[in-house]
Write a protein that binds this ligand. Structure first.
Ligand code: GDP
Ligand code: IMO
Ligand code: MG
Length: 427
């Protein structure tokens, strides 16, 4: 059975959650394969809003099996908090949510390590503070990492923490920390979490392989955006996992050949949270277009509440990421946010050191020196939030979407004109 992947083609927050929610009706499994609670996916159903950081968006539908794959890093209290929030909201969560025993555990010392590293002005990346980077460092380093399955064996966990915590305390002290962690206390705390998580922990690789063999439909939900991918993004201003669909194979155990439909989610403009180059950024002050888009689009981070940096659409970046992701089709999201602007700009090329280029430069330091080359298009004044077919859109809005299709070179399958699941045009 073919599987589908929904992936963001910018720097995250492209509204992947909304598209995954729409598609989850037709899927048996929704699978997260990368990242952790650094993600923030918002889903709106009428007057109900759900914000998910760690749990797959499929968890809102009890008939869907939601899988947290082996590629994730999981902070147990966050997992339990999200489950409790859903239960309190009347969403049943039980056997439909499975967490890989091979996912890695985030401990408090990971967050402390991140906090201290981010306090250094020079090394600061503008991370979400969720312990993501330090936990992945330990995963790849192998010696000091703990996987979810290990939380289920008390003696083993105590021995591992007694070995790891003194090393972490030395490292944290070198960074300037004065409060050491206690291995036995941490052990008791995490055993408590594990007890509550036990019924969700399983061998997700086998579950997914069995699902494939039984002809079930799988939907992969990327976290972060392709430009935050650790290998292909704007390194070092990236996250620590593979957010591109290349992360599916390692992060879930499902081979790439099973993923036959890749949907690239694109915001009608661009946003970025945290540090790093952003050629089309609109830094035009409190009365400028950037601030207007931020207000109308409510561009504040779901996880940290930070104002998102805002800019024009960048099709140089989109051609790069859509090729990397193997994208079949794109969706244009938050188009309504651009209503009321007289003119819209689309970046079609960059000027780099006096030369015009149409490819995405291979390093972030070159990207920092790139000046955007814009094409200007007329805007529209109408409110488009009630449009349900392309013909309902003003001609200028249709032209804007058509131009994106031409410049990126891929069909547009969905246009989103508001946060609610019904505010969607399917082409
Ligand atoms: P994700 O991380 O890619 O899932 O995206 P986020 O949920 O972090 O950010 C997208 C935001 O835009 C959320 O607040 C959504 O509710 C909202 N949203 C989604 N689609 C639309 C749209 O078409 N118009 C508007 N105005 N908001 C939208
Ligand atoms: P969703 O899934 C936007 C950014 C952070 C920071 C960088 C590294 O909602 O699109 P990290 O905590 O991952 O080490 O931070 O990545 N970042 C995101 N930006 N959306 C996200 O997720 C993000 N997840 C991480 O702001 O710049
Ligand atoms: Mg988000």
């Amino acid at each position: 059975m073919p599987a589908t992947c929904v992936v963001g083609l910018q720097w995250g927050d492209e509204a992947k959650g909304k598209i995954v929610d729409l598609l989850s009706d037709r899927h048996d499994f929704v699978v997260r394969y990368n990242g952790g609670a650094n993600a923030g996916h918002t889903i709106v159903w009428g007057d109900r809003t759900f914000k998910l950081s760690l749990l797959p968006t499929g968890v809102l539908k009890p008939q869907v099996t939601s899988v947290i794959g082996n590629g994730l890093v999981v902070y147990p209290p966050r997992f339990l908090e999200e489950v409790d929030q859903l239960l309190a909201a009347g969403v049943p969560v039980g056997k439909n949510l499975v967490l890989s025993d091979h996912a890695h555990v985030i401990f408090l010392y990971h967050m402390e390590e991140e906090r201290l590293a981010e306090a250094d002005a020079e090394g600061k990346l503008g991370t979400t503070g969720r312990g993501i980077g330090p936990c992945y460092q330990d995963k790849v380093g192998r010696r000091f990492a703990i996987r979810i399955g290990e939380l289920l064996n008390p003696t083993h966990l105590r021995d591992r923490l007694r070995h790891i915590v003194p090393v972490k305390n030395k490292l944290l002290a070198a960074f300037g920390s004065t409060t050491p962690f206690n291995a036995d206390k941490l052990c008791v705390e995490y055993l408590g979490y594990a007890e509550r998580m036990r019924s969700h922990i399983g061998d997700t690789v086998r579950i997914l392989h069995d699902g494939l063999a039984a002809g079930k439909n799988l939907l992969f939900e990327a976290a972060q955006g392709s430009l935050l991918d650790v290998d292909h993004g704007t390194y070092p201003y990236v996250t620590s996992s593979s957010s591109l669909p290349s992360g599916i194979w390692t992060g879930s155990g499902v081979p790439a050949r099973n993923v036959t439909r890749i949907i690239g989610v694109v915001k009608a403009y661009t946003t970025r949270v945290g540090r790093g180059p952003f050629p089309t950024e609109l830094d035009d002050g409190p009365t400028g277009i950037g601030e207007r888009i931020r207000k109308i689009g409510r561009e504040f981070g779901t996880v940290t509440g930070r104002p998102r940096r805002v800019g024009w659409l960048d099709t140089v970046a989109l051609r790069y990421t859509s090729a990397l992701a193997g994208t079949d089709e794109i969706t244009v999201m938050l188009l309504d946010v651009l209503s009321g602007l007289t003119e819209l700009k689309i970046c079609t090329a960059y000027e780099l050191d006096g030369e015009r280029i149409t490819h995405f430069p291979s390093d972030a330091y070159q990207l920092e020196r790139c000046q955007p080359v814009y094409e200007t298009m007329p805007g529209w004044s109408e409110d488009i939030t009630t449009a349900r077919a392309k013909k309902d859109l003003p001609a200028a809005a249709r032209r804007y979407v058509d131009r994106i299709r031409e410049l990126v070179g891929l069909p547009v399958s969905h246009i989103s004109v508001g946060p609610d699941r019904v505010q969607t045009i399917t082409e």
